[in-house]
Ligand binder design. Structure first.
Ligand SMILES: O=C(O)C1=C[C@@H](OP(=O)(O)O)[C@@H](O)[C@H](O)C1
Ligand SMILES: C=C(OP(=O)(O)O)C(=O)O
Length: 439
């Protein structure tokens, strides 16, 4: 975890005076937008992305692809409605320089793409990006024939010496620290000469729905993918080499970013509607329907979207979040306000996310009077009456939204650097106050 920053910019988290009752249009999914950008850049024909997420992580992805020669035009869609980006793929170019910021998707998904460029591509990013694991991608690409210069730590900064093609083939990866290692290799796999066969060797594998998202989106653009779910060997994914189609794809709302709004309905005993909640999705945020129902709410999914209603009671939960780790900060915030203790398990890898999320949540909730302890793979949360104070965010968007959830129920919570939500949800403060204004 980064050292506690000086509390320069403090945002008074709004306290809810009553039950919220609002409709919240949640912007597009980060994970879908960044996969769609990569796949469109690797395609053999132009494609469209409708309702893309415009946030720090997705703009970094777009700029990185542009640096490698891809044209991305930001405008309105073919039918004149809504924001849409047109992606015009060309031969990938080097030399290029990529700023990954602190985006896991950019730092993991693009080094495989860079092996296909016709020159060196240098990657660097925020100080935290130097600490986040990348060894799975670096080692695998080297085993598949790539030349990469790094400082030997298995992390950024690094240079991929692209030569226009990569052999590909079978490779072993320990993806226990990030599912994004697997997704990264699969996304570029169709463009490797022999495709790719990724065999996960670690004892645990987080965020499986995100790997399923990768597979689904690859299939949508015409790739052939064999998976454990389609009868293949457990822990092995195989992508056949082949051209990718340019598609006209509409990005789903980001269901993980819907979390704080649903949590608002839960902790205030109110009601929040999220339009366009997909009936079927690989997004991990869909698990909130079940998790927040167990914690005291109820929900109804209709053609219009998801209506989530709090009962006024908030219960603790004992849950393995290994598949849906990015939901942990928001669940921890709700759990701190519950009427019984919670145990969140299966998320040791969160120590290497935007910040050490287990340490950050423990420290910040406890400084408001809470009783949280870290376990080997998660958190124990025993609710206690909380008081106001500064909630530090460690440049982690989900810490900021977690603090805002607590602020609904606890007067005087001030969020340090709420602007860090720009990583995936730049409109967060406005959406939040609009939701409360609608109450
Ligand atoms: O592939 C993706 O889009 C993501 C995968 C997950 O990463 P980890 O497997 O590293 O947790 C998730 O936490 C992250 O927010 C997005
Ligand atoms: C872990 C996250 O992001 P990243 O894509 O940077 O890994 C997240 O958004 O919670």
């Amino acid at each position: 975890m980064a050292p506690t920053p000086a509390p320069t910019a403090l945002w008074p988290a709004p306290h809810a005076s009553g039950a919220v009752d609002a409709t919240v249009h949640v912007p597009g999914s980060k994970s879908v937008t960044n996969r769609a950008l990569v796949l469109a850049a690797l395609a053999s024909e132009p494609g469209w992305l409708r309702r893309p997420l415009r946030s720090r992580d997705t703009l970094l992805m777009a700029d990185a692809l542009r640096a490698m020669g891809i044209e991305i035009e930001e405008g309105v869609g073919p039918d004149g409605t809504g924001e849409a980006w047109r992606v015009l793929p060309t031969g990938l170019r080097g030399p290029a320089t990529v700023d990954v910021g602190n985006a896991g998707t950019v730092m993991r998904f693009l080094p495989p793409v860079a092996t296909l460029a016709d020159g060196p591509v240098h990657f660097d990013g925020d100080p935290r990006s130097h600490e986040r694991p990348l060894h799975g991608v670096i080692d695998a690409l080297r085993a598949l024939g790539a030349r990469i210069d790094d400082d030997g730590r298995g992390a950024l900064p690094l240079t991929v010496h692209g030569v226009g093609a990569l052999d590909g083939g079978p490779v072993e990866v320990d993806a226990s620290s990030s599912s994004q290692f697997v997704s990264a290799l699969l996304l570029s796999g169709p463009r490797f000469n022999q495709g790719v066969e990724v065999r996960h060797t670690g004892s645990t594998l987080p965020s499986l729905p995100h790997i399923q998202m990768t597979v689904d989106m690859l299939r949508t653009v015409g790739a052939q993918v064999d998976t454990p779910e389609s009868g293949g060997e457990p822990g092995v994914w195989r992508v056949t080499p082949g051209a990718l189609l340019g598609r006209d794809l509409t990005v789903e709302p980001d269901l993980s970013n819907a979390q704080p709004f649903l949590a608002a309905a839960l902790v205030t005993g109110g009601r929040v509607v999220v339009p366009d909640w997909p009936a079927r999705t690989t997004q991990p945020g869909d698990r909130l329907r079940e998790i927040f129902t167990e914690m005291g709410g109820s929900c109804e999914l209709t053609d219009y979207g998801l209506e989530f209603t709090g009962s006024g009671a908030v219960h603790g939960i004992d849950v393995d979040l290994g598949d849906v780790g990015e939901l942990t900060p928001g669940i921890a915030a709700v759990a701190a306000l519950a009427d019984s203790p919670s145990t969140l398990r299966g998320v040791a890898h969160l120590r290497l996310h935007e910040t050490d999320r287990l340490a950050a949540l423990t420290k910040e909730i406890n400084e408001l009077g809470g009783d949280v302890t870290e376990t080997a793979d998660g958190l124990h949360i025993r609710p206690r009456p909380l008081h106001g104070g500064v909630f530090h965010t460690y440049e982690d968007h989900r810490m900021a939204t977690a603090g805002a959830i607590i602020g609904l129920a606890v007067e005087g919570v001030r969020i340090e650097n709420v602007a860090t939500t720009a990583k995936t949800l730049p409109d967060f403060p406005d959406l939040w106050t609009a939701m409360l204004g609608a109450a």
